[in-house]
Design a protein around this ligand. Structure first.
Ligand code: NAD
Ligand code: ZN
Ligand code: ZN
Length: 379
């Protein structure tokens, strides 16, 4: 794929990626997904998203070539490639903070390297393509087990571990009430995983009925459409014990809807890093002393958030890009044991050549779309 500017994606012939470093591999893509994170790029919300770049950070593929420093992979291996590009050796990787690798993106002080995610995330080309260069191939890529369907495997590159980490960062205690804002793939997975940590009640908020219906069964979860409520925060408080939820998860990020002023400042005028209304709702609907877990993505500049409420309520905020290499072995186990069924989220299977249509359908939430998967013709 080729990014031509906001809302403009096309297919183009590009040079074959090459091994540039001994720790590189070249992978022939078998599946790639479009993520809610790609929509921030598509909408022109991420600084330094360069025309001509290839997006795509969720892909599986077959190893075509390995650099001389890669000993754990063989040509022909079918691998899950985590969305994080991480060296495995720096100060941050050593702590398991693979989303904050300092080597893969040395010019940034916040995010690490991410495939196909603008020059703010390292300027790497991504996997919505036939072939990809995979740096630090001795760290991230993980063999797809024989018994695993590739459609399950591709969702382990991001959505499953991200939803899981959202629940994990929530510090859920047995019996806790958890609210998840956003019923996209990430929010759906966060709702599912909240139970694995012992949640006693899981509530999901969105505005798309078809997504709410899906997560009602899949989570399972109690679901509410915020557009049908006068005030979502008051509603959540009334629906709990009057004090609010124990844990609130923001699985929406900067492309949120639901508040005119936030949309104007964050999305239209770009005076803040996207629209932070879901984060407001999370902060305001959590109990005093509660935890807000943020996996929704916001840009590098500031956001208007109710920090006074965070301080006065004694809220703990935990947030990050998911550390996929840390979580992958556990996620594979959960799939094997049947506790998580990732491919149930896939609603659309689109040939890579029709990627522009897939972006449009996913961005506009048309045709019951939850998760589109792209299949290259040579897969
Ligand atoms: N931290 C990470 O590692 C990581 C990884 C993957 C995705 N993400 C982020 O997670 C977020 C969700 O990703 P996705 O793939 O599920 O996206 P998605 O676009 O499919 O889903 C987002 C959902 O949020 C809903 N929404 C919008 N405004 C809302 C509001 N005010 N309250 C409640 N729901 C609202 C939308 O209707 C939509 O269903 C994005 O910001 C994405 O960038 C983060
Ligand atoms: Zn993603
Ligand atoms: Zn590192």
């Amino acid at each position: 794929m080729d990014y031509r500017g906001p809302y403009r994606i096309r297919v183009d012939e590009k040079p074959m990626p090459r091994i540039e470093h001994p720790r590189d591999a070249i992978v022939r893509v078998t599946r790639s997904c479009i993520c809610g994170s790609d929509l921030h790029l598509y909408h022109g919300m991420v600084p330094d998203t360069r025309v001509g770049s290839t997006f795509g950070h969720e892909f599986t593929g077959i190893v075509e070539e390995v650099g001389s420093g890669v000993e754990n992979l063989n040509v022909g291996d079918h691998v899950i490639v985590p969305f994080n590009i991480a060296c495995g050796q720096c100060h941050f990787c050593k702590q398991g903070l693979f989303g904050n690798c300092h080597e893969a993106n040395p010019h940034a002080t916040a995010v690490g390297g991410i495939y196909g995610y603008s020059h703010t995330a390292g300027g790497y080309n991504g996997g919505q393509a036939e072939y990809v260069r995979v740096p630090y191939a001795d760290v991230g890529p993980t063999l797809i087990p024989d018994w695993m369907d590739v459609d399950d495997a591709v969702l382990l590159t991001d959505v499953v571990p991200t939803g899981y980490q959202a629940a994990e960062m929530g510090g859920i205690q047995k019996g806790d009430t958890v609210v998840v804002f956003g019923a996209g793939p990430v929010g759906i997975m966060a709702a599912r995983c909240a139970w694995l940590f012992g949640a006693g009640r899981v509530i999901v908020i969105d505005r798309f009925e078809y997504r709410l219906e899906f997560v009602r069964d899949y989570g399972p979860a109690e679901v509410y459409n915020y557009e049908a409520l006068d005030d979502v925060v008051t509603f959540i408080k009334h629906a709990t014990d009057g004090l609010g939820v124990d844990v609130a998860i923001d699985a929406v990020g900067g492309d949120a809807k639901g508040n005119f002023l936030q949309t104007l400042l964050g999305n239209k005028l770009k005076l803040q890093a996207g629209n932070a209304i879901a984060l407001h709702w999370a902060i305001n609907s959590v109990k005093k002393g509660g935890i807000v877990s943020i996996v929704g993505v916001y840009g590098p500049t500031g956001n208007v958030v109710p920090i006074g409420n965070v301080v006065n309520k004694g809220i703990t905020i935990r947030a990050n890009q998911a550390a996929v290499p840390r979580l992958l072995p556990k996620m594979i186990e959960h799939v094997k044991e049947g506790r998580i069924n990732p491919k149930a989220l896939i609603t659309h299977r689109v040939p890579l050549e029709h990627i522009a249509d897939a972006y449009h359908i996913f961005a506009a939430k048309l045709d019951g779309c939850i998760k589109p998967v792209l299949v290259p013709s040579n897969a």
